[in-house]
Ligand binder design. Structure first.
Ligand SMILES: *Cc1c(COP(=O)(O)O)cnc(C)c1O
Length: 438
């Protein structure tokens, strides 16, 4: 396929408003990668150059791009039924998917509400929690609790519980009330302090709080801040003691990103509500799910006025459901989690070694995630991360930073050779930007 690359870039710059992008800088400075084909861990540009997708295209392509089995499942479903509503009807793919998903979910999560993306999966959880308490004897529970620097998506509800100040600021006046706890992964904080703050908050405010929402084990957008399983266990225990729902936002951490299928498994806990998206559809289609316990499901029974009046046009979309079902089969058949273990070990070793590079303040790794903080200016708008990004791009990797945090979150099934190459590019690019070499 011949692509007029210059035309694509010109049209894009004239019309397309890019996410999380300062558009004046983009228009002036950026020659975007123009992806015409994607396969495995690779993105191929119209100009013939290829890039390793270090972050699985914003953490979604957990099985790599265009996995042949997912493409086949998509084609087969497309021929049968691309979309039919889930309002009083059903279809085979969504029924099979719900059954399979509950089969691999943490214990006790046995009902599935489908939506479109991570943000809506979280929005569903927030609304379920609020409405549950409203009609089950605790109507004063209208507030949320969440972690400082957490990220849960883009809807106004998800923004309200998000803790990244830069993303909240413009909307401060319209956000629902949320208590933000000190993050257990904050490089300047401590896990003990976070647990004590949660204990304290619930002792004072449990009567007004519907749920605690957390990203288990790793706060992705915060900058891959990791915490210990002990924090999760403490959060579960404190929520149980105060009868406040625990919502696990596994949109990024789920589907083996941190090692086990669910990050909650590190602590052996099960939440009351679990949100999944991103890897849920193998990163192929917008598709998400919110899993709930029987107790929550039952709280919406007993009359029409108690139902959950919520639904998106594409709830349970057959294409997404067919692909998501095939994702679970591929995880099984190709032993994705098991085979990711040695790859995860390689990431961990490589990042530990990068800790001795000049200009690197701190490194960490968990499962198929490796991260390092560049010394110096922090925050989402920090500059050094973007210099590493440019160096990595010259070397053939797309390595979008989170401020001064450089991270990889490649497909779980990335080829060993591709992974070795990616890790070498990261080390070279970071070394190149270090003070003295810039
Ligand atoms: C990406 C992300 C979301 C939002 O998902 P979208 O699909 O982008 O709406 C929510 N929570 C976490 C933890 C995420 O990483």
């Amino acid at each position: 396929m011949m692509v007029d690359r210059a035309r694509v870039v010109a049209l894009d710059k004239r019309r397309v408003w890019h996410p999380y992008t300062s558009m004046d800088a983009y228009a002036k400075e950026v020659d975007p990668i123009v992806v015409v084909r994607a396969e495995g861990a690779w993105l191929h540009d119209a100009d013939g150059r290829s890039y390793l997708d270090a972050n699985s295209s914003w953490w979604v392509a957990s099985l790599g791009h265009n996995h042949p089995r997912l493409v086949a499942a998509l084609e087969q479903q497309a021929r049968a039924n691309c979309h039919s509503a889930l309002a009083g009807m059903t279809h085979p793919a969504v029924a099979e998917l719900a059954e399979a998903l509950c089969g691999v979910a943490p214990p006790g999560l046995d009902h599935v509400f489908f939506s479109d993306d991570g943000s809506t999966a979280v929005e569903v959880a927030l609304k379920l929690a609020i409405q549950y308490w409203a009609q089950n004897g605790r109507p004063a529970r209208t507030r949320f609790a969440a972690l400082g620097d957490g990220f849960h998506g883009e809807t106004i509800g998800a923004t309200a519980i998000g803790g990244v100040e830069l993303f909240r600021r413009p909307f401060r006046g319209v956000l629902a009330e949320c208590f933000h706890l000190p993050s257990p992964g904050d490089p300047g904080g401590s896990q003990q302090r976070a647990i004590a703050a949660l204990d304290d908050l619930l002792a004072r405010e449990a009567d007004t709080i519907a749920c605690l929402v957390i990203e288990p084990m790793v706060q992705g957008a915060a900058g891959m801040w990791m915490h210990d399983a002990a924090f999760l266990r403490a959060a579960r225990e404190l929520c149980t003691r105060n009868d406040v729902f625990l919502v696990a936002d596994e949109v990024f951490a789920g589907y083996g990103r941190t090692g086990p299928m669910w990050a909650c498994a590190h602590a052996g806990i099960a939440p009351d509500l679990l949100c999944t998206a991103k890897g849920f559809s193998g990163g192929m289609l917008p598709m998400a799910a919110t899993l709930a316990t029987r107790r929550i499901f039952d709280g919406f029974l007993g009359g029409r006025e108690r139902a959950f009046y919520y639904g998106h046009s594409f709830c349970g979309n057959p294409l997404g459901a067919a692909v998501a079902l095939e994702v679970l089969r591929v995880y099984d058949d190709e032993r994705i989690l098991e085979r990711a273990c040695p790859k995860a070990a390689r990431i961990s070793e490589a990042f530990a070694a990068m800790g001795s590079l000049p200009g690197v303040a701190r490194t960490r790794a968990l499962g198929m995630i490796g991260a390092l903080d560049l010394a110096g200016d922090a925050g989402y708008l920090a500059g050094a991360g973007w210099r590493v990004y440019e160096e990595a791009r010259r070397r053939g990797a797309y390595l979008r930073p989170l401020g001064n945090v450089i991270h990889v979150a490649p497909p779980l099934n990335i080829d060993d050779a591709d992974l070795a190459r990616l890790l070498a590019i990261v080390a070279d690019s970071v070394a190149c930007v270090a003070p003295g070499n810039a």
